[in-house]
Design a protein around this ligand. Sequence first.
Ligand SMILES: Nc1ncnc2c1ncn2[C@@H]1O[C@H](COP(=O)(O)OP(=O)(O)OP(=O)(O)O)[C@@H](O)[C@H]1O
Length: 259
Amino acid sequence: MLDIRSARKVFYKGQADEKVALDGLSLSLATGEFGIVIGSNGAGKSSMLNAISGALVLDTGKILINGADVTAMPVYKRATRLARVFQDPMRGTAASMTVAENMLLADLRSQKRTLRQGLNATRLASYKERLSILGLGLENRLDTRVDLLSGGQRQSLSLIMAVGGSPDLLLLDEHTAALDPRTAEIVMQATVRAVNALKLTTLMVTHNMQHAVDYGSRVIMLDAGRVLLEVTGEEKARVTVIDLIGHFSIKTDRMLLAS
Ligand SMILES: Nc1ncnc2c1ncn2[C@@H]1O[C@H](COP(=O)(O)OP(=O)(O)OP(=O)(O)O)[C@@H](O)[C@H]1O
């Protein structure tokens, strides 16, 4: 469960180029919920993810993960509770190592290093099982070097590696944005399989309105560092890309009127 309470962050405070990144942002995500965050450039999406992961220190406000106040907790301590997948498929995996070696690296990150650290039969069996969740056949390619995989396979591998330590929260930071539309779809399908199979509480930032319509249980639209709109339940099931884009244009119209 994630609870962001009145989060505020101002860059260059008091200077001519002062930027309010988060303006009293409040947002709750129940355990097992899959929230999709949208919003125009500069709306505060990355600042919000950075505040959750601890990379951005809030001026005021609180962040709770599963009821624990992590606001003052350093990044490395929060890392055990969080998994984050970034835009660049090259970032989450080591190219010259095999699929199995990458899985082992991810495992060792989230475990005490007193265990026997090799790729033993038990580990390989568990990696096969986890990779099979993705539905991409990666469980049969444990010995393949990662640089021989497609961008979609590689990004999906990053995802399954990131969630190996059973995180309380999965953050997807535009994780399909660098992929072509077909590959992005493959990664989204794999993402949904992993989220459902592992019952992950997930927050995904995207600029892809079709993904916001097709996936997740709630759409959260940010604007100027706060929540402008939430679409959930029946309304979420019915919402269209045109509806969502409409909310962007209403905002633009308001800005034009004010100028
Ligand atoms: N490190 C920083 N230094 C100064 N200003 C920043 C910094 N990070 C973000 N900002 C400002 O805070 C505001 C919110 O930025 P943020 O990157 O969170 O928006 P975003 O919704 O992720 O945008 P995008 O869709 O373009 O990635 C913007 O006005 C931005 O210029």
